[in-house]
Design a binder for this molecule. Structure first.
Ligand code: DC
Length: 227
């Protein structure tokens, strides 16, 4: 399987794992896997193919066959193509997130995405973020981080992000959505959101992103993953 060192960063929605993993990948000049994007892409591909929202089999098929390119990985302005179509903006929408959380509860879809995710492990190394990177997809990872933050802080972060993009979404609606998504992601039967026993838990509530990145870099340094 993997011939490259792997760092996994798991955590709930809005915990900052995307920003942190991007910063760590950039520091180390490693590849990055945004596994949440793959689940979002399955939901979008399902819509594009006109699938019924509860058609598990065809969504799993889409997970296996969809053609995806991540352009300029580890860049702030990375673009994502699905079957050649630029879906970058659609991917970050709350509706794609909700769709992703739904299809992610189906074991068939998770299984279909497993090898695709593992194929991202290439030299010189991989930073993978998601919900089950350290528990299921890369249990052999050299360093596992579980990033949390209070639900209030996570809702506020998402709110600011979306507001910056000109979205008119309300904080109350986002808080509700985050609570629902947390509940669904943590209670599903397959690969629920939980820290691997050997993960370092970092609570980022009240911490600046640079502090969190600094802690992860220090942990990696102590394992000689980078200078
Ligand atoms: O991290 P995100 O918000 O882009 O993830 C979207 C959804 O995908 C999230 O609600 C749960 C699911 N997901 C998952 O089940 N396993 C992963 N490794 C990543 C995401």
């Amino acid at each position: 399987m993997a011939t490259a060192p792997i760092v996994t960063i798991d955590g709930p929605s809005g915990s900052g794992k995307g920003t942190v993993s991007r910063a760590v990948a950039r520091f180390a000049s490693w590849h990055r896997l945004d596994s949440g994007a793959l689940y979002r892409l399955v939901a979008i591909a399902g819509q594009d193919r006109g699938l019924a929202p509860d058609d598990v089999k065809r969504h799993a098929q889409a997970a296996l066959t969809m053609e995806v390119s991540f352009l300029e990985e580890a860049q702030e302005d990375e673009r994502v193509l699905l079957e050649g179509r630029d879906v970058t903006a659609e991917l970050r929408s709350e509706s794609a997130g909700a769709g992703a959380s739904r299809v992610a509860a189906w074991p068939e879809v998770r299984q279909a995405l497993l090898e695709r995710q593992q194929s991202f492990a290439r030299p010189p190394g991989l930073v993978a973020d998601g919900r089950d990177m350290g528990t299921v997809v890369f249990p052999q990872a050299e360093l596992k981080i579980f990033l949390t933050a209070s639900p209030e802080e996570r809702a506020l972060r998402r709110y600011k992000q979306l507001k910056d993009k000109g979205s008119g979404v309300s904080l109350a609606a986002l808080s509700r959505e985050i609570a629902e998504r947390d509940a669904r992601d943590s209670t599903r039967a397959v690969a629920p959101l939980k820290a691997a026993p050997d993960a370092h838990v970092i609570d980022s509530t009240g911490l600046a992103i640079e502090e969190v990145v600094g802690r992860v870099l220090a942990l990696g340094r102590s394992r000689s993953l980078w200078p």
